[in-house]
Design a protein around this ligand. Structure first.
Ligand code: NDP
Length: 487
């Protein structure tokens, strides 16, 4: 561990659950890159906590293995970084373990140095309440000696009631300003670009409403199946795993009113207002406004009940009851084992009210704006153009912008840095979480308890159940940039 310097503050990042997948695959690689680029404070140390029997050395080497491919230059940076990493064997819920960690950190700071801490709960969600209570009980969230921030991973609750219970535990030990509920989607460059695209340009905002927009499609599609996480997935399903978190966040960014600033409270207040305005369905309405599916072979996977009705694919149709969006359907779609991995938002504009061109040679396609989040990060606008030739025919063409690949870093880097700096803009506030669950709960009830919602089977590697196409109605179709849409 690095020795005391004479600078005024030392930051300690404590990762609870440090032996796990998230710490190895995401957190430590992101911290290492931040370290290499000089983005971390000068005095920064890292403590991994888990119950496995490891020494500092074996912990560091398991992290180096997880990063892999370190060349000579990386190796010397790694050695400098790893010198600040230590491991404490213990439990996040056990007072003795926490007091030992507290003493290590306090001693490394000394009385004259500010002792800033970031606790990262990379733990199974069931451990969040007991860990938070233990941190509170041991006085480790008290901010007298320095800042005390807590990052809490998703999932935050499993329904509205459990999210409220967890929020009340959080608020019993910490102030909301200390809490960073992470949804790594918000750390993606293209997701942040939604704010810039909407609020640093004037040409889109005038048409961003019910007068011009026919429907909005938010799709997060995965080609992978549940990848050995079937046991967890079978309890969660697509609604809890994706819809309540990532898709709801994208919905609120697309539909929000312009905030007065990019500050955390202004931003999160506008996002929460969208969620407040989403029409709340009863169970029957939720069944009528959704489609669910399950890929063939899912029930044969390890940890999945042979009769499992868990949806691995889902579409929900939401309406936002406010002046801007009244009557515009927002389709949220997500699924596993599909033909391709893609995340995108498609804003389908209305067709022109009247066509002046010869309809025999002109087939006017409504404008389409596609904001692609992954894998091809960018913005694509489809518009009508004259078909070259003697006749007045029209054909859709596309304007495209692609984010340069080298600037796109892992979302965790940005979010970790924001948490270190205390910027909560890209973290979810307690009311946003509870409102998201309130929207999703009726779908969960409709899908899990009501017989009215049919479970469609779909083939692996397909585009999901055919019923999802019919579900759109009104002559609408799904837009998917990767599938050559708009070309
Ligand atoms: P893992 O199960 O891989 O890791 C959790 C770790 O917690 C285990 O290695 C375990 O190690 C440790 N642990 C268990 N009990 C305690 C305890 N009482 N005190 C300290 N450590 C403990 O899970 P993940 O890393 O995959 O996920 C962690 C969290 O992050 C989950 O909430 C998950 O939903 C979320 N998440 C994960 C993502 C990912 O990509 N992995 C993505 C998004 C969210 P030991 O037995 O040594 O104590």
């Amino acid at each position: 561990m690095a020795s005391d310097g004479n600078s005024a503050a030392r930051l300690t990042i404590v990762i609870f659950g440090a032996s796990g997948d998230l710490a190895h695959r995401k957190l430590v690689p992101a911290l290492f890159h931040l370290f290499k680029t000089g983005a971390l404070p000068d005095l920064c140390q890292f403590i991994g906590v888990a119950r496995s029997d490891m020494t500092d050395e074996s912990f560091r080497s398991s992290l180096a293995d997880a990063i892999g491919g370190l060349d000579d230059a990386d190796r010397s940076s790694w050695d400098a970084f790893a010198g600040n990493i230590s491991y404490v064997r213990g439990s996040s819920t056990d007072d003795e373990s926490l007091k030992a960690i507290d003493a290590i950190v306090s001693n490394s700071c000394g009385p004259s140095m500010t002792d800033d801490r970031l606790y990262y709960l990379a733990l199974a969600p069931g451990l969040y309440p007991t860990t938070l209570e233990a941190l509170g009980r041991c006085g480790m969230l008290d901010q007298a000696a320095g800042s005390r921030r807590v990052v809490i991973e998703k999932p935050f609750g499993t329904d509205r009631e459990s999210s409220q219970e967890l929020n009340s535990v959080v608020h019993s030990v910490a102030d909301e300003s200390q809490v960073f509920r992470i949804d790594h989607y918000l750390g993606k460059e293209t997701v942040q670009n939604l704010l810039v695209f909407r609020f640093a340009n004037t040409i889109f905002e005038p048409v961003w409403n019910r007068n011009y927009v026919d429907n909005v499609q938010i799709s997060v599609l995965e080609s992978l199946d549940t990848e050995g996480r079937s046991g967890y997935y079978d309890r969660a399903g697509v609604l809890r795993d994706m819809m309540q978190s990532h898709l709801m966040q994208l919905l609120s960014l697309i539909a929000m009113e312009p905030p007065v600033s990019a500050g955390a409270d202004a931003l999160r207040t506008e996002k929460a207002k969208v969620l407040q305005a989403v029409r709340k369905y009863g169970t029957e309405e939720a069944a009528a406004n959704s489609i669910r599916g399950q890929y063939d072979g899912y029930r044969g996977e390890e940890g999945v009940a042979p009769s499992s009705a868990t949806a691995t694919y889902g579409v929900t149709r939401l309406f936002i009851d406010n002046w801007r969006w009244q009557g515009v359907p927002f389709y949220l779609r997500s699924g596993k084992a599909l033909s391709e991995k893609t995340s995108e938002i498609a804003i389908q504009f209305r067709p022109p009210p009247h066509t002046i061109f010869d309809t025999q040679s002109a087939n006017v396609t409504p404008n389409l704006l596609q904001i692609t989040i992954q894998p091809d990060e960018g913005v694509h606008l489809t518009f009508e153009n004259k078909k070259p030739g003697t006749r007045m025919g029209t054909a859709p063409e596309r304007l495209e912008y692609h984010f340069p690949e080298q600037v796109i870093r892992d979302a965790y880097e940005r979010l970790l840095l924001d948490a270190i700096e205390g910027d909560q803009s890209l973290f979810t506030r307690s009311d946003e979480i509870e409102l998201s669950w309130q929207i999703i709960d009726p779908f969960v009830q409709a899908w899990e308890q009501s017989l009215k919602s049919q479970l469609y089977q779909y083939e692996r590697g397909s585009n999901g159940p055919a019923a999802a196409d019919e579900f759109l109605g009104g002559g609408r179709r799904w837009h998917q940039h990767g599938s050559g849409d708009g070309e």
